[in-house]
Design a protein around this ligand. Structure first.
Ligand SMILES: NC(=O)c1ccc[n+]([C@@H]2O[C@H](COP(=O)([O-])OP(=O)(O)OC[C@H]3O[C@@H](n4cnc5c(N)ncnc54)[C@H](O)[C@@H]3O)[C@@H](O)[C@H]2O)c1
Length: 355
């Protein structure tokens, strides 16, 4: 039977991928040590997600409570399934800028060295598998902050004639910019995944996203802005905006659109390619705009305050340009709007996130 190995299987992207491949008749082997609660505490725990995943997928799913830093155990997992593994999705990560700044060694070991461990196992034990590495727009650092932004009523934006207006392309520089320690560990992993494609011919694909959203995310202040805005509103917690007057822009991609991109890559892999893949201008939003949308959807009012300063390496604006991905995979389309994303997160958590 064809096997999909999914690291970070209890998290947002990993659990969605596990469900997706199981629904296609594959056996899914999930690797996740539930370390998200170490990063963010009980609020950020993925254990409830894992319980649901194991219950829903039954025998189609095997969970390995394993750390991607643990080379020996990871080797044995890949050895056991060998060439039956046709897809590897690497979604395990330490996902927070702040946390990485507190403990850069652990962050680098998980994000960079953990990625090397996964890639090398794929090379040794399932060299024909398609290996999708979940990268991040943070690989570009804060270079975009030097662009000529205009302050609009609810967001910072570029003038329509600017070459990046429709989003930042892959040709954007990655040097001479502040990445944060997290950005550096993700960039190292990203380049390593590209290199395994170019050097060894492994069928790797690197997908760099802005914000990925879905109801499964254990949203916390440090990770998952739209989800955390909704969560704060629904739980009646005040929301503290830090930096850029709340007008900083992000773009949101629903996990279903990311999974459709995985399918496109699996059907026609191009070893070593790196792509920006995000919500694009269509799903772009500032923090203020997400708050307004969340209030509209829930009918609740948010208590908002502004903190001094801004986060190290934070960006005033990020919109993804999907052009390269859409040229290589012309059937892929953005399918879920920002409003739909928020409505879904709201509905899925209505019983859990209460005042
Ligand atoms: N969610 C986003 O907005 C977003 C945006 C861009 C890129 N990404 C990338 O996509 C990937 C998945 O992100 P996500 O949103 O699903 O994050 P998530 O935090 O929901 O999931 C990550 C999972 O990895 C697990 N994990 C952490 N350290 C581990 C370790 N040492 N060994 C094994 N498992 C470990 C966690 O327990 C968690 O379940 C990450 O690489 C992330 O950087 C996410």
């Amino acid at each position: 039977m064809s096997v999909a190995v999914v690291t970070g299987a209890a998290g947002l992207v990993g659990s969605a991928a596990a469900r997706h491949f199981a629904a296609r008749g594959m056996h899914v082997v999930g690797v996740d040590n539930c370390m998200r609660e170490t990063f963010f505490g009980a609020d950020g725990s993925v254990r409830p997600n894992l319980v649901k995943l194991e219950r829903d997928l039954g025998t189609a799913y095997t969970h390995c409570q394993v750390d991607v830093r643990d080379r020996g155990t990871l080797d044995r997992i890949f050895q056991r399934y060998g060439a039956d593994v046709t897809v590897v999705v690497h979604a395990a990560a330490q996902p927070s800028h702040n946390w990485a700044g507190e403990d850069p060694r652990t962050d680098f070991d998980i994000n960079a060295v953990g990625t090397l461990n996964v890639l090398d196992n794929a090379r040794l034990h399932c060299p024909d598998a398609v290996v999708i590495h979940c990268s991040s727009s943070t690989v570009y650092g804060d270079h975009v902050n030097s662009l000529p932004f205009v302050e609009r009523e609810s967001r910072w934006d570029l003038p329509p004639e600017h070459p990046y207006y429709e989003g930042t392309p892959e040709t954007a520089p990655i040097d001479h910019t502040k990445h944060t320690l997290f950005g550096v560990s993700k960039l190292s992993a990203d380049v390593m995944a590209q290199e395994f494609g170019r050097y060894y011919g492994l069928r790797t694909a690197v997908l760099r996203s802005g914000l990925v959203c879905g109801p499964e995310l254990a949203a916390t202040m440090q990770h998952g802005m739209p989800g955390f805005v909704l969560r704060s509103l629904m739980e009646g917690r005040p929301y503290v905006i830090k930096g850029f007057g709340g007008k900083q822009v992000r773009d949101a991609l629903h996990t279903s659109d990311l999974l459709a991109a995985f399918d496109a890559v699996i059907a026609d892999p191009r070893p070593g390619e790196a792509y920006n893949l995000g919500g694009s201008r269509a799903n772009s939003c500032s923090v203020l705009e997400v708050i307004a949308l969340a209030q509209d959807i829930t009918g609740l009012e948010m208590q908002v305050s502004f903190a001094q300063g801004q986060r190290e390496g934070d960006r005033r604006w990020w919109i993804t340009n999907n052009r390269k991905f859409m040229e290589h995979f012309p059937h892929w389309r953005l399918g879920t709007s920002l409003r739909q994303i928020l409505v879904e997160i709201h509905e899925a958590n209505a019983d859990r996130w209460t005042r």
